[in-house]
Design a protein around this ligand. Structure first.
Ligand code: ADP
Ligand code: MG
Length: 489
């Protein structure tokens, strides 16, 4: 069976990659093996045996708890759509209808259930490139596959807090790896159930169920770049707005997913990456679709470090919209406050303020919040927010089509798309003329034909240039009053 041989080779390769990562981190697994050996050498003592048995029992209990957490997520979507809420299904009924295929696939290997999924075979001949990130639970490595494609692999973080805590409690590396692997398994199920442009794409997974090493799971994901808040704070408003809009689109999707309204319990910028400027959620193991049961409104309190909110308890005994509201307030406190108001275009500032107030006080639900964001996007793309710019302003400039400039004397502005000069996005030549008039150093600008994600034009502003050069796509605009000064020959 060539498939089987490949799987074995892939598993061996994977083991090698994991090993080299550990070595590169200057950490060795010796202590773990040490812990295991000393544990077994002492096992002859009756007291220790009892203790070991009780630890083992406790670990099994936790393994079962983790498994139970995943089971409701394995329900085929049809059943939920037929009006059977996940949480009301009796456990025996649950067992008979849940998606056993998916579970077996995750636990025992990679069956190509979905045509586009990669499995253990795809990892044969891969090369580890770099560590992309790590958290309490997982380690993420960039690898180049044999075909040349780069992907991100998620593995159990052997040095993570989760693993460390488990080893301290149970002193069982194998069992602990299995316990922590449940988080990866949960993530695989959620990535399959919650497919959306703002959720990282699951490309496949490989369960290295070889040589008794059950529980070793590798998730294959599209590769992104970890979200760098500091970098984002220095980027143009348009890019910061994009991250917030993507987040709101994601939260809108999560609020009405087939699993129910999903809350992100560990909501932090580090749980997101960007792929070509688009925001994607990558850490889903702390996502929960569970609703909070209540008797009175006081059972429905959302607590944050500086703010508390009390939500209504419904007649059905559930806190209404708690998951959705939790996500909105987290989006406000971790993203909007840092990214949205600063340098918003003046024509949109009142709408941005409105979003800040309605999300910061939890007055708007996710539908209203998404509408407000899409409205801003529409105005920004269409240039309707610029209505009060005088149209005569462009008459101060001479335009040369099909031309670029050379011998430029640049100046810097902030936040510029280019670090050397002043490159900003504009809706039209009229807005560019307005910007140039407001910069004392500016005497000419070029519309390059390049566009940003919203379709706005990139304009490059400068003090002077020495020559005009033919350039099919560009248009050069020179201030008329200064035209004689600039040495156009
Ligand atoms: N697909 C990816 N591409 C690039 N980096 C990623 C990707 N997925 C995760 N990361 C990085 O790896 C880190 C750890 O992954 P995460 O799933 O958050 O693990 P944990 O559950 O341990 O927090 C993330 O904070 C992120 O920076
Ligand atoms: Mg994380």
């Amino acid at each position: 069976m060539p498939g089987m041989g490949n799987s074995l080779r892939a598993a061996a390769l994977l083991a090698f990659v994991v090993l080299s990562i550990l070595v590169s981190l200057l950490i060795s697994g010796v202590q773990q093996f040490g812990a295991r050996t000393s544990h077994s050498s002492n096992a002859g003592l009756a007291g220790d045996e009892t203790e070991a048995a009780s630890l083992r029992g406790e670990l099994i209990y936790h393994l079962n708890e983790r498994r139970k957490e995943i089971i409701p997520l394995l329900l085929p979507d049809d059943d939920v759509e037929n009006g059977v809420p996940r949480e009301t299904l009796h456990s025996s009924r649950l067992d008979s209808i849940l998606d056993h295929n998916l579970w077996n696939e995750i636990t025992h290997g990679s069956r190509k259930a979905h045509m586009d999924e990669m499995g253990c075979d795809s990892l044969v001949g891969m090369q580890a490139v770099e560590i992309l990130g790590s958290g309490y639970t997982k380690l993420v490595v960039k690898v180049k596959l044999a075909g040349g494609q780069s992907v991100a692999l998620k593995l159990v973080n052997e040095q993570g807090i989760d693993m460390g805590k488990c080893l301290e409690d149970f002193k069982d590396p194998h069992g602990c790896r299995e316990l922590v692997s449940y988080k990866l398994k949960k993530e695989i199920v959620l990535l399959q159930r919650l497919q959306h442009p703002n959720v990282i794409k699951l490309k496949g997974h490989c369960a290295g169920d070889v040589g008794g090493e059950g529980g070793r799971i590798t998730v294959i994901l599209e590769q992104g770049s970890p979200l760098q808040m500091i970098q984002l704070l220095q980027s143009p408003w348009e890019d910061r707005f994009r991250v917030c809009l993507d987040l709101v689109r994601l939260l809108h999707f999560l609020s009405q997913s087939t699993l129910g309204s999903v809350a992100l319990l560990d909501f932090q910028p580090r749980q997101f990456v960007t792929v070509s400027g688009e925001l994607k959620l990558t850490d889903l193991d702390d996502a929960s679709a569970e609703e909070t049961a209540c008797q009175t409104n006081t059972d429905c309190t959302l607590q944050f470090p500086h703010r508390n909110f009390t939500l209504p308890c419904s007649a059905q005994g559930e806190c209404e919209g708690l998951n959705e509201k939790r996500n909105i307030y987290n989006a406000y406190r971790y993203f909007f406050t840092y990214l949205l108001p600063h340098q918003a275009p003046p024509g949109l500032a009142h709408l941005v303020d409105h979003i800040m107030n309605s999300t910061g006080d939890l007055k708007a639900d996710i539908n209203q919040t998404l509408e407000a964001f899409e409205h801003i996007l529409h105005l920004y793309k269409s240039g309707l927010h610029l209505d009060n710019l005088p149209s005569s302003i462009i008459k101060d400039y001479t335009m040369m089509r099909g031309m670029g400039t050379s011998g430029n004397v640049e100046y810097r502005c902030w936040p510029s798309y280019s670090p050397q000069g002043c490159v900003l996005s504009v809706h039209s030549a009229r807005e560019a003329a307005y910007v140039c008039n407001s910069h004392s150093q500016c005497n000419s600008f070029t519309l390059t034909g390049q566009k940003t994600w919203t379709g706005r034009l990139l304009a490059s502003f400068r003090s002077r240039f020495s020559h005009l050069v033919p350039d099919g796509m560009s248009e050069v605009y020179v201030k008329k009053t200064n035209a004689p000064e600039s040495s156009i020959v």
